[in-house]
Design a protein around this ligand. Structure first.
Ligand SMILES: [Zn+2]
Length: 444
């Protein structure tokens, strides 16, 4: 760095006026004129002025462009909101890879450390076709983060995430049937990964042994993004990494359609998956540690809501996380826009009170309520109620609470959307929060 600075010092000295010259305006004007005239040997005065003006204009355009690109929409994690009374909110990531996967680079220790730095409470690491990390003792409370191990199986039907399963599973010989039976027998959880992916999307039957799916997968977002978005993201990358990542999302409408179809049959949990590998293959075995886990962990998260706090006891907290996941007591949020801690979607009928993931009866006076964290006001977030995948009600922009009454049976879920400026073109709508549904009058 010091070396790089030296030539500039030298250059400044070379164009300094003589120490003896007075610093009056007239003298300085005279010096500039002399300096311009001095260049006349190489360039005519007119050409020189044109070059200076052109350079100045180009700089101005570049600076305005950068200002436009980096302005607005809060990207960064603000102070967490206070959770509503009676519920604990834990942010976590499901489906990420460690160096137990051949195509990933981070160790469990570094993933936990990075998650702790980013204020994440739990991780469910799912390496390809292995539960070896459990046998190696990688699970546990690490740096204040509850680190759990699942797996991502590559099967003829597609990709499946298995969680809360015994470490003896997955010796490489199991068929899809064996795996699903084991998951069901041991009270585990199987989720469909990359549901709408052209190649990896699930092509097998979806029976009761499969409990849910990814509703937002960051890797899928990248693959599905149009080439224009990819190029824009690449151009933005050196200036504003988070805006670059946002440029690639969130075109997950096909995934949401699958989810809305499934939830009308039965409870089907929707989760977010960062699918972190932190490793891109460049050529013959050479890998680049990109994108950094610290950045990916800031973009979006799952938030589980629980009546009980975590205790610090590994087994109890493991059960708490997997229980909340299985029951759909969670929401997904793009926390890069603003931390959504404190969001709640609840329902009530008389004395019966439920939260997202639960069932409710559908009768007159069945009421749904949404509570948003204070960050929603600054974002001017608009909250929508969807019934069976169709919007049936919309809040005022920036409203922090919203209630809706509907006596019809159906699957009710919430999307909270915000407008963000884009690098080029009009503002774009992005879904900030996706709740899991409340299932009314369907499954009782
Ligand atoms: Zn994966």
């Amino acid at each position: 760095m010091t070396d790089a600075l030296e030539p500039r010092v030298g250059a400044a000295e070379a164009i300094s006026p003589d120490p003896g010259v007075k610093r009056g305006t007239e003298e300085r004007g005279g010096w500039i004129a002399a300096w311009v005239a001095g260049r006349k040997g190489d360039l005519s005065g007119r050409t020189f002025r044109t070059l200076v003006l052109t350079g100045f204009t180009v700089c101005l355009v570049l600076i305005s462009g950068l200002w436009f690109i980096t302005r607005s929409t809060a990207v960064g994690l603000p102070t967490p909101a206070v959770p509503p009374k009676g519920h604990y909110d834990y942010a976590g990531l499901i489906h990420l890879h460690s160096d137990y996967s051949e195509d990933a680079s981070a160790s469990y220790a570094s993933l936990a450390r990075t998650a702790a730095d980013q204020g994440i409470n739990f991780l469910i690491v799912t390496d390809h076709n292995t539960l070896e990390p459990i046998r190696a003792g990688e699970e546990g409370w690490r740096d204040g983060v509850l680190v759990l191990t699942g797996a991502e199986s590559s099967l003829p039907e597609g990709q499946l995430l298995e969680m809360n399963v015994p470490s003896t599973l997955m010796d490489g010989s199991e068929t899809t049937e064996d795996l699903l039976d084991a998951v069901a027998r041991d009270g585990g959880l199987a989720l469909i990964a990359h549901p709408a992916h052209r190649k990896w999307g699930w092509k097998g039957p979806v029976d009761d042994r499969i409990g849910g799916m990814e509703i937002l997968d960051l890797a899928d977002q990248f693959y599905a993004a149009p080439i224009r978005s990819k190029l824009t993201a690449l151009a933005l990358l050196p200036f504003n990494r988070m805006r670059a990542y946002l440029e690639l999302g969130t075109e997950n409408a096909p995934t949401l359609r699958i989810w809305d179809t499934m939830t009308q049959r039965r409870r089907f949990v929707g989760v977010y998956a960062p699918d972190i590998h932190q490793s891109i293959e460049l050529w013959a075995g050479k890998r680049w540690s990109f994108p950094p886990a610290a950045e990916i962990m800031r973009i979006a998260r799952n938030h589980i809501v629980s009546d009980e706090p975590m205790s610090g006891d590994f087994e109890a907290d493991r059960a708490l996380v997997y229980g909340a996941l299985r029951d759909g007591h969670l929401f997904v949020s793009l926390d890069v826009l603003a931390d959504a801690t404190g969001f709640m979607f609840a329902g009530e009928h008389g004395a019966t009170k439920v939260v997202m993931g639960d069932e409710l009866i559908a009768e007159p006076d069945t009421r749904y309520s949404v509570t948003l964290p204070s960050t929603a006001a600054a974002l001017n977030a608009v909250t929508r109620v969807l019934r069976n995948g169709v919007v049936v009600a919309t809040s005022q922009p920036g409203a922090l609470t919203y209630t809706y009454e509907d006596d019809r049976p159906g699957v009710y879920r919430i999307e909270s959307v915000v407008m963000i400026s884009t690098a080029f073109g009009a503002d774009r709508e992005v879904t900030w929060i996706y709740s899991n549904p409340i299932y009314s009058g369907l499954h009782s």
